[in-house]
Design a protein. Structure first.
Ligand SMILES: [Ca+2]
Ligand SMILES: [Ca+2]
Length: 254
């Protein structure tokens, strides 16, 4: 049964790529049109042919050994995303319910944060870029995550609830692999959209409707220019404080 569902979602996603309509359930960017006059090589190349989406299964779970190289090394063998599973906690307080991340980790609940702690000694990992901030939820508020206790929702709170968070990451030339898990909360079309970008380049956009399952999204892309890039996650679509949950973000060099 699971295999059938998995195949169905994958085929649905593929058929919607080709239809390329505004209401596509899942879409991913193609490379830039590459106008002939363009002198600079594209710094980031993304191809929708390298996109995979399927219901999360146990063998999708990623567990990395400790990296053996520093993040500043182009051959870094860890996750380039700082606090990609949102499990870093401290006593910083949420903006709406005055709950700390430690409270949320220990007890079921949610709150909104302007920034989140770092797992690599920086002041923060994620910082809000637009909107009220990122909603951090404990497992059980909506659904148990495959990656720890805490998950985020970016269609977070209040009137302009679609929010974005970002962090800066140094990437070298080469091919990278992005993966994350996603859960659509709402049954409405265009209500659970999550967009992941590097600078202004769309890396992955997912917009499913509620199935009750965590979905694994995987996208490879190519970096042609070594640089510090701005990695952002944004909620798009209907702003109603209910959207796509995200967890387990991994960015690895292939
Ligand atoms: Ca988590
Ligand atoms: Ca929404």
């Amino acid at each position: 049964m699971k295999d059938l569902k998995k195949t169905a979602i994958y085929l649905l996603a593929l058929s919607l790529f080709t239809s390329c309509s505004d209401n596509a359930v899942f879409s991913s960017p193609d490379g830039d049109n590459g106008s002939l006059g363009e002198q600079d090589i594209q710094a980031i190349e993304v191809s929708k042919e390298n996109t995979e989406v399927h219901i999360f299964e146990e063998n999708d779970f990623i567990e990395l050994p400790s990296p053996t190289l520093p993040r500043t090394d182009c051959r870094y063998d860890g996750n380039f995303i700082d606090n990609g599973s949102f499990e870093e906690i401290d006593q910083r307080q949420g903006l709406i319910k005055n709950k700390s991340l430690v409270d949320l980790f220990k007890n079921k609940g949610w709150d909104i944060f302007a920034d989140l702690p770092s797992s690599v000694g920086n002041e923060n990992s994620w910082e809000a870029l637009k909107g009220v901030g990122v909603e951090v939820q404990s497992n059980g508020v909506v659904k148990q995550s495959p990656y720890g206790v805490l998950v985020i929702e970016l269609d977070s709170h209040g009137k302009n609830s679609n929010s974005s968070i970002h962090q800066r990451i140094k990437l070298c030339k080469g091919e990278y692999s992005l993966s994350f898990v996603y859960l659509a909360r709402s049954k409405k079309e265009n209500d659970n959209t999550i967009l992941i970008s590097l600078d202004d380049k769309e890396i992955s956009e997912v917009n499913l409707t509620q199935t009750g399952d965590w979905v694994q999204v995987h996208q490879t892309f190519k970096i042609n220019k070594e640089n510090v890039y701005d990695f952002s996650i944004s909620a798009l679509g209907i702003e109603n404080t209910i959207g796509g949950l995200v967890d387990g973000i991994f960015l690895l060099k292939n």
